[in-house]
Design a binder for this molecule. Structure first.
Ligand code: BES
Ligand code: ZN
Length: 620
Protein backbone atom coordinates (compact mmCIF):
# COMPACT_ATOMS: atom_id res chain seq x y z
CA UNK A 1 0.00 0.00 0.00
CA UNK A 2 1.16 3.54 -0.77
CA UNK A 3 1.58 6.23 1.87
CA UNK A 4 -1.67 8.09 2.51
CA UNK A 5 0.16 11.41 2.37
CA UNK A 6 3.74 12.49 1.67
CA UNK A 7 3.84 13.94 5.21
CA UNK A 8 2.87 10.87 7.22
CA UNK A 9 2.12 7.32 6.03
CA UNK A 10 -0.65 6.96 8.64
CA UNK A 11 -2.54 10.19 7.96
CA UNK A 12 -4.35 11.69 4.97
CA UNK A 13 -3.61 15.20 6.17
CA UNK A 14 -1.48 17.73 4.30
CA UNK A 15 -0.24 20.15 6.95
CA UNK A 16 2.34 21.33 4.43
CA UNK A 17 -0.54 22.91 2.46
CA UNK A 18 -2.95 23.94 5.18
CA UNK A 19 -2.63 23.11 8.88
CA UNK A 20 -4.83 23.03 11.97
CA UNK A 21 -3.57 25.61 14.48
CA UNK A 22 -6.34 25.56 17.11
CA UNK A 23 -9.33 23.42 18.10
CA UNK A 24 -12.31 24.38 20.21
CA UNK A 25 -14.65 21.53 21.05
CA UNK A 26 -18.25 21.95 22.10
CA UNK A 27 -19.42 18.39 22.68
CA UNK A 28 -21.83 16.28 24.68
CA UNK A 29 -21.34 12.79 26.07
CA UNK A 30 -24.34 10.52 25.57
CA UNK A 31 -23.95 7.31 27.57
CA UNK A 32 -27.24 5.83 26.37
CA UNK A 33 -26.29 6.06 22.71
CA UNK A 34 -22.55 5.62 23.32
CA UNK A 35 -21.93 8.68 21.22
CA UNK A 36 -20.09 11.96 21.58
CA UNK A 37 -21.55 14.67 19.39
CA UNK A 38 -21.35 18.39 18.90
CA UNK A 39 -19.21 20.85 17.05
CA UNK A 40 -15.49 21.27 16.70
CA UNK A 41 -14.35 24.70 15.61
CA UNK A 42 -10.95 24.31 14.02
CA UNK A 43 -8.77 27.19 13.08
CA UNK A 44 -6.67 26.44 10.04
CA UNK A 45 -3.77 28.27 8.50
CA UNK A 46 -2.74 28.16 4.86
CA UNK A 47 0.89 27.17 4.40
CA UNK A 48 0.65 27.56 0.63
CA UNK A 49 -1.19 30.58 -0.72
CA UNK A 50 -2.74 28.36 -3.40
CA UNK A 51 -4.32 25.95 -0.91
CA UNK A 52 -8.05 25.70 -1.51
CA UNK A 53 -8.91 22.91 0.89
CA UNK A 54 -7.96 21.50 4.25
CA UNK A 55 -7.43 17.74 4.51
CA UNK A 56 -8.39 16.00 7.75
CA UNK A 57 -8.62 12.44 9.02
CA UNK A 58 -11.90 10.92 10.10
CA UNK A 59 -12.82 7.43 11.18
CA UNK A 60 -16.37 6.21 11.84
CA UNK A 61 -17.55 9.80 12.18
CA UNK A 62 -20.81 11.28 10.92
CA UNK A 63 -20.17 14.76 9.58
CA UNK A 64 -23.46 16.61 9.28
CA UNK A 65 -22.40 20.12 8.39
CA UNK A 66 -19.34 22.30 7.86
CA UNK A 67 -19.48 26.08 7.90
CA UNK A 68 -17.27 29.13 8.11
CA UNK A 69 -17.56 30.21 11.76
CA UNK A 70 -17.32 33.93 11.02
CA UNK A 71 -19.75 34.23 8.13
CA UNK A 72 -21.92 31.20 8.82
CA UNK A 73 -21.47 30.27 5.15
CA UNK A 74 -21.82 26.53 4.55
CA UNK A 75 -18.75 24.86 3.11
CA UNK A 76 -18.63 21.87 0.82
CA UNK A 77 -16.75 18.81 1.95
CA UNK A 78 -16.12 15.26 0.83
CA UNK A 79 -15.61 12.20 2.96
CA UNK A 80 -13.66 9.52 1.11
CA UNK A 81 -14.10 5.75 1.15
CA UNK A 82 -12.70 4.38 4.40
CA UNK A 83 -9.57 2.24 4.48
CA UNK A 84 -9.47 -0.08 7.47
CA UNK A 85 -7.56 1.34 10.47
CA UNK A 86 -6.82 4.63 8.68
CA UNK A 87 -10.40 5.73 8.16
CA UNK A 88 -11.37 8.33 5.57
CA UNK A 89 -9.99 11.46 4.06
CA UNK A 90 -12.15 14.46 4.94
CA UNK A 91 -11.51 17.32 2.56
CA UNK A 92 -13.15 20.69 3.18
CA UNK A 93 -13.28 23.55 0.73
CA UNK A 94 -11.92 26.69 2.40
CA UNK A 95 -14.04 29.87 2.42
CA UNK A 96 -13.44 32.20 -0.52
CA UNK A 97 -11.13 35.11 0.02
CA UNK A 98 -7.45 35.64 0.40
CA UNK A 99 -7.21 35.26 4.14
CA UNK A 100 -4.56 33.07 5.71
CA UNK A 101 -6.52 31.81 8.69
CA UNK A 102 -10.08 30.54 8.88
CA UNK A 103 -12.17 28.97 11.59
CA UNK A 104 -14.38 26.14 10.38
CA UNK A 105 -17.24 24.74 12.41
CA UNK A 106 -17.73 21.01 11.91
CA UNK A 107 -20.89 19.43 13.29
CA UNK A 108 -20.25 15.78 13.88
CA UNK A 109 -20.93 12.66 15.92
CA UNK A 110 -18.81 9.66 16.83
CA UNK A 111 -20.01 6.11 16.32
CA UNK A 112 -20.52 3.57 19.14
CA UNK A 113 -17.61 1.63 17.61
CA UNK A 114 -15.26 4.64 17.87
CA UNK A 115 -11.83 3.03 18.35
CA UNK A 116 -10.60 5.80 20.68
CA UNK A 117 -13.31 5.23 23.27
CA UNK A 118 -14.35 2.54 25.66
CA UNK A 119 -17.83 2.82 27.12
CA UNK A 120 -18.39 0.84 30.31
CA UNK A 121 -21.76 -0.02 31.77
CA UNK A 122 -22.17 0.67 35.51
CA UNK A 123 -21.76 -3.08 36.26
CA UNK A 124 -18.32 -2.95 34.66
CA UNK A 125 -17.05 -0.35 37.15
CA UNK A 126 -15.93 -0.83 40.75
CA UNK A 127 -18.73 1.31 42.18
CA UNK A 128 -21.40 -0.08 39.81
CA UNK A 129 -23.25 3.24 40.15
CA UNK A 130 -22.54 5.12 36.94
CA UNK A 131 -21.34 4.33 33.44
CA UNK A 132 -17.77 5.24 32.57
CA UNK A 133 -16.10 6.53 29.44
CA UNK A 134 -12.41 6.83 28.68
CA UNK A 135 -10.30 7.51 25.60
CA UNK A 136 -6.97 6.24 24.29
CA UNK A 137 -5.93 8.17 21.19
CA UNK A 138 -2.31 7.19 20.69
CA UNK A 139 -1.29 6.22 18.12
CA UNK A 140 -3.95 7.01 15.47
CA UNK A 141 -7.33 6.83 17.20
CA UNK A 142 -7.94 10.57 17.66
CA UNK A 143 -9.53 10.63 14.19
CA UNK A 144 -12.37 8.49 15.53
CA UNK A 145 -13.02 11.00 18.33
CA UNK A 146 -13.10 14.20 16.27
CA UNK A 147 -12.08 15.25 12.75
CA UNK A 148 -8.44 16.35 12.93
CA UNK A 149 -5.07 16.21 11.25
CA UNK A 150 -4.20 13.02 13.04
CA UNK A 151 -0.46 13.21 12.59
CA UNK A 152 1.98 14.02 15.41
CA UNK A 153 3.61 16.56 13.09
CA UNK A 154 0.63 18.84 13.66
CA UNK A 155 0.36 20.62 17.01
CA UNK A 156 -2.39 22.88 18.25
CA UNK A 157 -3.67 24.27 21.55
CA UNK A 158 -7.28 23.45 22.37
CA UNK A 159 -10.21 24.46 24.48
CA UNK A 160 -13.32 22.45 25.19
CA UNK A 161 -16.76 22.59 26.70
CA UNK A 162 -18.14 19.16 27.52
CA UNK A 163 -21.72 18.45 28.53
CA UNK A 164 -22.50 15.27 30.44
CA UNK A 165 -24.98 13.92 32.99
CA UNK A 166 -24.38 15.64 36.29
CA UNK A 167 -23.50 12.43 38.20
CA UNK A 168 -20.21 12.03 36.33
CA UNK A 169 -17.05 14.09 36.47
CA UNK A 170 -15.43 14.94 33.13
CA UNK A 171 -11.68 15.46 32.78
CA UNK A 172 -9.50 16.08 29.76
CA UNK A 173 -5.82 16.37 28.89
CA UNK A 174 -5.97 20.05 29.79
CA UNK A 175 -6.43 22.42 32.70
CA UNK A 176 -9.97 22.19 34.04
CA UNK A 177 -11.51 25.65 34.29
CA UNK A 178 -14.71 24.69 36.11
CA UNK A 179 -18.17 23.19 35.83
CA UNK A 180 -21.57 24.84 35.60
CA UNK A 181 -25.12 23.55 35.46
CA UNK A 182 -26.37 23.39 31.90
CA UNK A 183 -28.78 26.13 30.98
CA UNK A 184 -32.12 24.51 30.23
CA UNK A 185 -31.03 21.01 31.26
CA UNK A 186 -30.80 20.50 35.01
CA UNK A 187 -29.70 16.87 34.54
CA UNK A 188 -26.41 17.94 32.91
CA UNK A 189 -23.27 19.83 33.74
CA UNK A 190 -20.89 21.50 31.37
CA UNK A 191 -17.18 21.54 32.11
CA UNK A 192 -14.66 23.81 30.46
CA UNK A 193 -11.04 23.04 29.68
CA UNK A 194 -8.04 24.82 28.25
CA UNK A 195 -4.80 23.38 26.92
CA UNK A 196 -2.67 26.39 26.06
CA UNK A 197 0.35 24.45 24.88
CA UNK A 198 0.21 23.11 21.32
CA UNK A 199 -0.20 19.33 21.39
CA UNK A 200 -0.43 16.60 18.76
CA UNK A 201 -3.87 15.00 18.29
CA UNK A 202 -2.79 11.74 19.97
CA UNK A 203 -2.63 13.62 23.29
CA UNK A 204 -6.30 14.55 23.17
CA UNK A 205 -8.01 12.67 26.00
CA UNK A 206 -11.30 12.53 27.84
CA UNK A 207 -12.72 10.62 30.78
CA UNK A 208 -16.20 10.73 32.27
CA UNK A 209 -17.15 8.70 35.28
CA UNK A 210 -18.02 8.58 38.94
CA UNK A 211 -14.56 9.65 40.06
CA UNK A 212 -13.11 11.55 42.98
CA UNK A 213 -9.78 13.13 43.74
CA UNK A 214 -7.24 13.46 46.52
CA UNK A 215 -4.38 15.94 46.63
CA UNK A 216 -1.00 14.22 46.44
CA UNK A 217 1.22 17.23 45.89
CA UNK A 218 1.21 21.00 45.27
CA UNK A 219 0.35 20.54 41.59
CA UNK A 220 -1.04 17.02 41.67
CA UNK A 221 -4.22 15.16 42.45
CA UNK A 222 -4.97 11.53 41.96
CA UNK A 223 -8.38 10.70 40.44
CA UNK A 224 -10.21 7.39 40.48
CA UNK A 225 -13.43 5.75 41.50
CA UNK A 226 -13.76 6.31 45.22
CA UNK A 227 -12.99 2.65 45.94
CA UNK A 228 -9.35 3.20 44.87
CA UNK A 229 -8.58 6.78 45.85
CA UNK A 230 -6.88 5.96 49.15
CA UNK A 231 -4.76 3.18 47.68
CA UNK A 232 -3.86 5.37 44.72
CA UNK A 233 -2.87 8.33 46.90
CA UNK A 234 -0.52 6.04 48.82
CA UNK A 235 0.92 4.34 45.74
CA UNK A 236 1.71 7.58 43.92
CA UNK A 237 2.85 9.69 46.86
CA UNK A 238 6.28 10.12 45.25
CA UNK A 239 4.83 12.06 42.31
CA UNK A 240 6.06 15.51 43.39
CA UNK A 241 9.56 14.16 44.12
CA UNK A 242 9.60 12.64 40.65
CA UNK A 243 8.48 15.91 39.05
CA UNK A 244 11.25 17.74 40.88
CA UNK A 245 13.84 15.16 39.88
CA UNK A 246 12.75 15.46 36.25
CA UNK A 247 12.83 19.27 36.41
CA UNK A 248 16.36 19.14 37.78
CA UNK A 249 17.37 17.15 34.73
CA UNK A 250 15.48 18.77 31.87
CA UNK A 251 14.03 22.09 33.01
CA UNK A 252 10.72 23.47 34.26
CA UNK A 253 7.48 21.52 34.06
CA UNK A 254 5.36 23.76 31.83
CA UNK A 255 1.95 22.07 31.89
CA UNK A 256 0.83 23.63 35.24
CA UNK A 257 -1.07 20.65 36.63
CA UNK A 258 0.19 17.06 36.83
CA UNK A 259 -2.70 14.81 37.84
CA UNK A 260 -3.00 11.06 37.68
CA UNK A 261 -6.11 9.12 36.76
CA UNK A 262 -6.42 5.47 37.76
CA UNK A 263 -8.63 3.85 35.15
CA UNK A 264 -10.82 0.77 35.25
CA UNK A 265 -8.91 -2.52 34.75
CA UNK A 266 -9.55 -2.73 31.00
CA UNK A 267 -7.25 0.23 30.31
CA UNK A 268 -4.90 -1.28 27.70
CA UNK A 269 -1.62 0.36 28.75
CA UNK A 270 0.44 0.75 31.88
CA UNK A 271 0.27 4.49 31.48
CA UNK A 272 -0.53 7.17 28.93
CA UNK A 273 1.05 10.61 29.09
CA UNK A 274 -2.07 12.71 28.46
CA UNK A 275 -0.95 16.25 29.28
CA UNK A 276 -2.02 17.54 32.72
CA UNK A 277 -3.61 14.14 33.40
CA UNK A 278 -1.61 10.93 33.07
CA UNK A 279 -3.80 7.86 32.67
CA UNK A 280 -2.62 4.71 34.51
CA UNK A 281 -3.75 1.13 34.87
CA UNK A 282 -5.01 -0.03 38.28
CA UNK A 283 -2.48 -2.88 38.02
CA UNK A 284 0.08 -0.38 39.38
CA UNK A 285 -1.65 -0.49 42.77
CA UNK A 286 0.78 -2.95 44.33
CA UNK A 287 0.53 -1.48 47.81
CA UNK A 288 4.26 -0.83 48.13
CA UNK A 289 5.03 1.81 45.45
CA UNK A 290 7.17 -0.76 43.62
CA UNK A 291 5.54 -0.06 40.24
CA UNK A 292 5.74 3.74 40.38
CA UNK A 293 8.40 3.76 37.67
CA UNK A 294 5.47 3.89 35.24
CA UNK A 295 4.57 7.28 36.75
CA UNK A 296 8.21 8.38 36.37
CA UNK A 297 7.91 7.34 32.73
CA UNK A 298 4.73 9.31 32.08
CA UNK A 299 6.17 12.33 33.91
CA UNK A 300 9.23 12.14 31.66
CA UNK A 301 6.95 12.35 28.62
CA UNK A 302 6.06 15.89 29.75
CA UNK A 303 9.34 16.79 28.02
CA UNK A 304 10.17 13.94 25.65
CA UNK A 305 7.07 13.30 23.58
CA UNK A 306 4.79 16.08 24.75
CA UNK A 307 7.20 18.99 24.15
CA UNK A 308 9.54 17.32 21.64
CA UNK A 309 7.38 15.03 19.57
CA UNK A 310 8.09 12.39 16.94
CA UNK A 311 6.93 13.78 13.58
CA UNK A 312 5.46 10.41 12.58
CA UNK A 313 5.17 7.13 14.48
CA UNK A 314 8.01 5.78 12.34
CA UNK A 315 10.24 7.82 14.67
CA UNK A 316 8.41 6.65 17.79
CA UNK A 317 11.74 5.79 19.40
CA UNK A 318 12.38 9.54 19.79
CA UNK A 319 9.36 9.64 22.11
CA UNK A 320 9.80 6.39 23.94
CA UNK A 321 13.56 5.82 23.94
CA UNK A 322 14.24 9.24 25.41
CA UNK A 323 11.38 8.80 27.86
CA UNK A 324 12.65 5.46 29.16
CA UNK A 325 16.10 7.03 29.48
CA UNK A 326 14.71 9.91 31.55
CA UNK A 327 12.37 7.60 33.48
CA UNK A 328 15.34 5.56 34.63
CA UNK A 329 17.28 8.66 35.61
CA UNK A 330 14.33 9.88 37.68
CA UNK A 331 13.84 6.47 39.24
CA UNK A 332 17.55 6.30 40.10
CA UNK A 333 17.49 9.80 41.57
CA UNK A 334 14.78 8.67 44.00
CA UNK A 335 16.48 5.36 44.83
CA UNK A 336 18.03 5.29 48.24
CA UNK A 337 21.07 3.27 47.41
CA UNK A 338 23.69 3.45 44.67
CA UNK A 339 21.94 5.41 41.89
CA UNK A 340 24.17 4.18 39.09
CA UNK A 341 23.58 0.57 40.11
CA UNK A 342 19.83 1.20 39.96
CA UNK A 343 20.08 2.74 36.47
CA UNK A 344 22.02 -0.25 35.18
CA UNK A 345 19.77 -2.76 36.94
CA UNK A 346 16.78 -1.24 35.11
CA UNK A 347 18.77 -1.23 31.89
CA UNK A 348 19.41 -4.93 32.17
CA UNK A 349 15.75 -5.64 32.91
CA UNK A 350 14.88 -3.64 29.80
CA UNK A 351 17.35 -5.65 27.77
CA UNK A 352 15.55 -8.89 28.69
CA UNK A 353 12.28 -7.33 27.64
CA UNK A 354 13.90 -6.31 24.35
CA UNK A 355 15.19 -9.83 23.79
CA UNK A 356 11.71 -11.27 24.33
CA UNK A 357 10.16 -8.79 21.90
CA UNK A 358 12.82 -9.27 19.23
CA UNK A 359 12.17 -13.00 19.47
CA UNK A 360 8.36 -12.69 19.24
CA UNK A 361 8.83 -10.41 16.22
CA UNK A 362 11.15 -13.01 14.63
CA UNK A 363 13.86 -10.36 14.16
CA UNK A 364 11.48 -8.83 11.63
CA UNK A 365 11.11 -5.29 10.26
CA UNK A 366 9.45 -3.94 13.43
CA UNK A 367 12.65 -4.66 15.32
CA UNK A 368 14.29 -1.73 13.53
CA UNK A 369 14.67 1.47 15.53
CA UNK A 370 13.19 3.51 12.69
CA UNK A 371 10.35 1.61 11.07
CA UNK A 372 8.30 1.81 7.88
CA UNK A 373 4.59 2.29 8.58
CA UNK A 374 3.27 2.45 5.01
CA UNK A 375 0.01 0.50 5.09
CA UNK A 376 0.70 -0.62 8.66
CA UNK A 377 -1.51 -0.15 11.69
CA UNK A 378 0.82 1.33 14.35
CA UNK A 379 -0.95 -0.84 16.95
CA UNK A 380 0.30 -3.91 15.06
CA UNK A 381 3.87 -2.60 15.02
CA UNK A 382 3.86 -1.70 18.72
CA UNK A 383 6.51 -3.42 20.85
CA UNK A 384 9.15 -2.55 23.39
CA UNK A 385 11.78 -2.25 20.63
CA UNK A 386 11.56 1.57 20.29
CA UNK A 387 11.68 1.79 24.08
CA UNK A 388 14.57 -0.50 24.79
CA UNK A 389 16.62 -0.24 21.61
CA UNK A 390 16.19 3.51 21.97
CA UNK A 391 17.29 3.40 25.59
CA UNK A 392 20.28 1.22 24.67
CA UNK A 393 21.39 3.69 22.01
CA UNK A 394 21.17 6.64 24.43
CA UNK A 395 22.94 4.74 27.18
CA UNK A 396 25.68 3.77 24.72
CA UNK A 397 26.06 7.38 23.54
CA UNK A 398 26.14 8.65 27.11
CA UNK A 399 29.08 6.40 27.90
CA UNK A 400 30.80 7.17 24.60
CA UNK A 401 30.50 10.94 24.96
CA UNK A 402 31.75 11.33 28.51
CA UNK A 403 29.10 10.13 30.96
CA UNK A 404 25.93 11.39 32.64
CA UNK A 405 27.00 14.96 33.48
CA UNK A 406 27.89 15.73 29.88
CA UNK A 407 25.00 13.83 28.36
CA UNK A 408 22.31 15.20 30.67
CA UNK A 409 23.30 18.70 29.56
CA UNK A 410 22.87 17.59 25.98
CA UNK A 411 19.40 16.23 26.74
CA UNK A 412 18.37 19.53 28.27
CA UNK A 413 19.56 21.46 25.20
CA UNK A 414 17.86 18.98 22.92
CA UNK A 415 14.57 19.67 24.65
CA UNK A 416 15.12 23.43 24.62
CA UNK A 417 16.03 23.35 20.96
CA UNK A 418 13.01 21.35 19.76
CA UNK A 419 10.41 22.28 22.33
CA UNK A 420 6.86 22.51 20.87
CA UNK A 421 8.13 21.02 17.61
CA UNK A 422 7.81 17.62 15.96
CA UNK A 423 11.01 16.11 14.62
CA UNK A 424 12.49 13.09 12.87
CA UNK A 425 15.54 10.96 13.58
CA UNK A 426 17.76 12.91 11.18
CA UNK A 427 17.03 16.16 13.01
CA UNK A 428 17.89 14.48 16.31
CA UNK A 429 21.15 13.21 14.87
CA UNK A 430 22.07 16.54 13.26
CA UNK A 431 21.55 18.25 16.60
CA UNK A 432 23.67 15.65 18.37
CA UNK A 433 26.52 16.33 15.93
CA UNK A 434 26.16 20.09 16.25
CA UNK A 435 26.07 19.92 20.05
CA UNK A 436 29.09 17.63 20.37
CA UNK A 437 31.18 19.67 17.99
CA UNK A 438 34.66 19.41 19.53
CA UNK A 439 37.14 17.19 17.79
CA UNK A 440 37.30 14.50 20.43
CA UNK A 441 33.53 14.09 20.52
CA UNK A 442 33.33 14.12 16.72
CA UNK A 443 35.89 11.33 16.55
CA UNK A 444 33.82 9.35 19.05
CA UNK A 445 30.59 9.99 17.10
CA UNK A 446 32.23 8.83 13.91
CA UNK A 447 32.81 5.40 15.44
CA UNK A 448 29.04 4.89 15.77
CA UNK A 449 27.54 2.54 13.19
CA UNK A 450 24.44 4.69 12.62
CA UNK A 451 23.03 2.58 9.85
CA UNK A 452 23.12 -0.50 12.07
CA UNK A 453 21.53 1.35 15.00
CA UNK A 454 18.72 2.90 12.97
CA UNK A 455 18.03 0.32 10.33
CA UNK A 456 19.24 -3.13 11.23
CA UNK A 457 16.82 -5.77 12.51
CA UNK A 458 17.24 -7.74 15.70
CA UNK A 459 19.22 -6.84 18.79
CA UNK A 460 21.22 -3.56 18.97
CA UNK A 461 24.71 -3.54 17.44
CA UNK A 462 26.34 -2.77 20.82
CA UNK A 463 25.03 -4.22 24.06
CA UNK A 464 26.15 -2.48 27.26
CA UNK A 465 27.84 -4.47 29.94
CA UNK A 466 25.52 -3.44 32.78
CA UNK A 467 26.55 -3.43 36.42
CA UNK A 468 25.11 -6.56 38.04
CA UNK A 469 25.37 -5.66 41.74
CA UNK A 470 21.64 -5.34 42.40
CA UNK A 471 20.91 -8.48 40.38
CA UNK A 472 23.53 -10.63 42.08
CA UNK A 473 21.28 -12.08 44.80
CA UNK A 474 18.64 -12.81 42.14
CA UNK A 475 21.16 -14.54 39.90
CA UNK A 476 22.44 -16.71 42.76
CA UNK A 477 18.97 -17.86 43.70
CA UNK A 478 18.09 -18.49 40.06
CA UNK A 479 21.25 -20.55 39.61
CA UNK A 480 20.41 -22.61 42.67
CA UNK A 481 16.99 -23.45 41.27
CA UNK A 482 18.37 -24.30 37.86
CA UNK A 483 21.10 -26.54 39.23
CA UNK A 484 18.89 -28.37 41.74
CA UNK A 485 17.58 -31.84 41.00
CA UNK A 486 13.83 -32.46 41.07
CA UNK A 487 14.48 -35.18 43.61
CA UNK A 488 16.18 -32.87 46.07
CA UNK A 489 14.57 -29.48 46.56
CA UNK A 490 14.76 -29.49 50.33
CA UNK A 491 17.31 -26.65 50.38
CA UNK A 492 14.66 -24.06 49.41
CA UNK A 493 12.57 -22.16 51.93
CA UNK A 494 10.55 -18.99 52.30
CA UNK A 495 13.63 -17.30 53.77
CA UNK A 496 15.29 -17.28 50.33
CA UNK A 497 13.16 -14.25 49.42
CA UNK A 498 13.61 -12.31 52.65
CA UNK A 499 16.63 -10.32 51.45
CA UNK A 500 15.06 -9.53 48.06
CA UNK A 501 13.04 -6.40 47.29
CA UNK A 502 9.95 -6.60 45.11
CA UNK A 503 11.90 -5.57 42.00
CA UNK A 504 14.54 -8.16 42.78
CA UNK A 505 11.91 -10.91 43.02
CA UNK A 506 10.70 -9.70 39.65
CA UNK A 507 14.30 -9.93 38.35
CA UNK A 508 14.65 -13.46 39.73
CA UNK A 509 11.53 -14.53 37.82
CA UNK A 510 12.66 -12.67 34.67
CA UNK A 511 15.94 -14.57 34.75
CA UNK A 512 14.11 -17.89 35.11
CA UNK A 513 12.03 -16.97 32.06
CA UNK A 514 15.22 -16.81 30.00
CA UNK A 515 16.16 -20.37 30.96
CA UNK A 516 14.73 -23.71 29.86
CA UNK A 517 11.19 -24.13 31.29
CA UNK A 518 11.07 -25.31 34.90
CA UNK A 519 9.72 -28.76 35.65
CA UNK A 520 6.28 -29.05 37.22
CA UNK A 521 7.98 -30.50 40.31
CA UNK A 522 10.06 -27.35 40.71
CA UNK A 523 7.09 -25.08 40.05
CA UNK A 524 5.08 -26.88 42.71
CA UNK A 525 7.94 -26.63 45.17
CA UNK A 526 8.36 -22.94 44.40
CA UNK A 527 4.67 -22.42 45.10
CA UNK A 528 4.98 -24.36 48.34
CA UNK A 529 7.91 -22.31 49.65
CA UNK A 530 7.29 -18.86 48.12
CA UNK A 531 3.51 -18.91 47.60
CA UNK A 532 3.69 -16.76 44.46
CA UNK A 533 0.03 -17.61 43.77
CA UNK A 534 -0.92 -15.20 46.54
CA UNK A 535 1.21 -12.29 45.33
CA UNK A 536 -0.93 -9.43 44.03
CA UNK A 537 1.92 -7.41 42.49
CA UNK A 538 0.97 -7.57 38.81
CA UNK A 539 4.54 -7.71 37.45
CA UNK A 540 5.40 -10.64 39.72
CA UNK A 541 2.11 -12.37 39.06
CA UNK A 542 2.61 -11.99 35.31
CA UNK A 543 6.07 -13.56 35.32
CA UNK A 544 4.98 -16.35 37.64
CA UNK A 545 2.05 -17.22 35.38
CA UNK A 546 4.29 -17.21 32.31
CA UNK A 547 6.73 -19.56 34.05
CA UNK A 548 3.85 -21.88 34.90
CA UNK A 549 2.51 -21.93 31.33
CA UNK A 550 5.95 -22.41 29.78
CA UNK A 551 6.57 -25.26 32.23
CA UNK A 552 3.25 -26.85 31.20
CA UNK A 553 1.89 -26.71 34.71
CA UNK A 554 -1.86 -27.31 34.45
CA UNK A 555 -2.52 -25.29 37.62
CA UNK A 556 -1.38 -22.16 35.82
CA UNK A 557 -4.10 -22.29 33.15
CA UNK A 558 -7.13 -21.20 35.21
CA UNK A 559 -5.03 -18.66 37.06
CA UNK A 560 -3.71 -17.18 33.82
CA UNK A 561 -7.26 -17.05 32.47
CA UNK A 562 -8.39 -15.18 35.58
CA UNK A 563 -5.57 -12.68 35.21
CA UNK A 564 -6.20 -11.92 31.53
CA UNK A 565 -9.90 -11.50 32.27
CA UNK A 566 -9.62 -9.36 35.41
CA UNK A 567 -7.45 -6.72 33.75
CA UNK A 568 -6.69 -5.70 30.19
CA UNK A 569 -3.16 -4.32 30.19
CA UNK A 570 -1.82 -5.52 26.84
CA UNK A 571 1.71 -6.00 28.14
CA UNK A 572 0.31 -8.77 30.38
CA UNK A 573 -2.65 -10.01 28.41
CA UNK A 574 -0.99 -10.58 25.03
CA UNK A 575 2.04 -12.64 26.14
CA UNK A 576 -0.18 -14.80 28.36
CA UNK A 577 -2.64 -15.48 25.56
CA UNK A 578 0.29 -16.24 23.24
CA UNK A 579 1.78 -18.64 25.79
CA UNK A 580 -1.57 -20.36 26.19
CA UNK A 581 -1.96 -20.60 22.45
CA UNK A 582 1.48 -22.21 22.16
CA UNK A 583 0.61 -24.99 24.60
CA UNK A 584 -1.95 -27.46 23.32
CA UNK A 585 -3.59 -28.06 26.70
CA UNK A 586 -4.16 -24.35 27.22
CA UNK A 587 -5.06 -23.35 23.67
CA UNK A 588 -8.76 -24.20 23.61
CA UNK A 589 -9.48 -22.89 27.12
CA UNK A 590 -7.77 -19.63 26.11
CA UNK A 591 -9.75 -19.32 22.88
CA UNK A 592 -13.02 -20.16 24.64
CA UNK A 593 -12.34 -17.59 27.33
CA UNK A 594 -11.44 -14.93 24.80
CA UNK A 595 -14.59 -15.53 22.77
CA UNK A 596 -16.69 -15.40 25.92
CA UNK A 597 -15.28 -12.11 27.20
CA UNK A 598 -14.17 -10.22 24.09
CA UNK A 599 -17.26 -7.99 23.96
CA UNK A 600 -16.37 -6.67 27.40
CA UNK A 601 -12.75 -6.00 26.41
CA UNK A 602 -11.22 -2.79 25.11
CA UNK A 603 -11.52 -3.00 21.34
CA UNK A 604 -7.81 -2.46 20.65
CA UNK A 605 -6.86 -5.23 23.05
CA UNK A 606 -9.52 -7.55 21.66
CA UNK A 607 -8.35 -6.90 18.10
CA UNK A 608 -4.73 -7.69 18.88
CA UNK A 609 -5.45 -10.76 21.03
CA UNK A 610 -7.61 -12.03 18.18
CA UNK A 611 -4.48 -11.97 16.03
CA UNK A 612 -2.34 -13.52 18.79
CA UNK A 613 -4.80 -16.40 18.93
CA UNK A 614 -4.72 -16.70 15.12
CA UNK A 615 -8.42 -15.97 14.88
CA UNK A 616 -7.63 -13.11 12.47
CA UNK A 617 -4.71 -12.12 10.22
CA UNK A 618 -2.31 -9.29 11.16
CA UNK A 619 -2.06 -6.31 8.79
CA UNK A 620 0.65 -6.12 6.07
N1 BES B 1 2.78 6.45 25.26
C1 BES B 1 2.87 5.16 25.84
C2 BES B 1 1.66 4.31 25.63
C3 BES B 1 1.27 4.08 24.20
C4 BES B 1 2.21 3.91 23.21
C5 BES B 1 -0.05 4.02 23.86
C6 BES B 1 1.82 3.71 21.88
C7 BES B 1 -0.44 3.81 22.55
C8 BES B 1 0.49 3.66 21.55
C9 BES B 1 3.17 5.24 27.34
O1 BES B 1 3.97 6.31 27.70
C10 BES B 1 3.98 4.02 27.70
O2 BES B 1 5.00 3.85 27.13
N2 BES B 1 3.52 3.22 28.64
C11 BES B 1 4.24 2.08 29.12
C12 BES B 1 5.00 2.48 30.37
C13 BES B 1 6.27 1.72 30.62
C14 BES B 1 7.24 1.74 29.49
C15 BES B 1 6.94 2.23 31.88
C16 BES B 1 3.23 0.98 29.40
O3 BES B 1 2.05 1.21 29.12
O4 BES B 1 3.58 -0.08 29.84
ZN1 ZN C 1 5.95 6.06 26.97
Amino acid sequence: MAALSPCDPCSYSRPDLCAVVYADLDIAVNFDKKVISGTVHITVEKKQAAAETIVLDARDLTISQVSDKDSGQELTFSLGEPISTFGSKLEIKLPNGNGKKYTLSIKYATSPKCSALQWLRPEQTAGKRQPYLFSQCEAIHARSLFPCQDSPAVKFPYSAKVTARREVTVLMSAVRLGSDPCVGDSASLETKFLQEIPIPSYLMAIVAGDIESRDIGPRSKVWSEKEFVEAAAYEFAETEDMLKAAEALVGPYVWKQYDLLVLPPSFPFGGMENPCLTFVTPTLLAGDRSLANVVAHEIAHSWTGNLVTNCTFEHFWLNEGHTVFLERKVQSALFDGDKRQMMEFSGSEGLKDLQYNVKTLNNGPYTRLVIDLKGVDPDDAFSSVPYEKGFTLLFYLETLLGGPVVFEKFLRSYIEKFTKQSINTQQWKDFLYSYFSDEKAQTALNTVDWDAWFNSQGMPPVIPDYDTTLARACTELREKWCAALDTDLSQFSANDLTPLSSIQIREFLSQLLEQEPLSVTKLEKMQEVYDFNSVRNSEIRFRWLRLGLLGHWADAIPRAIDFVTEQGRMKFVRPLYRDMYAWEDARQPAINNFLAVKDEMHNTTAGLVEKDLHLKEASS
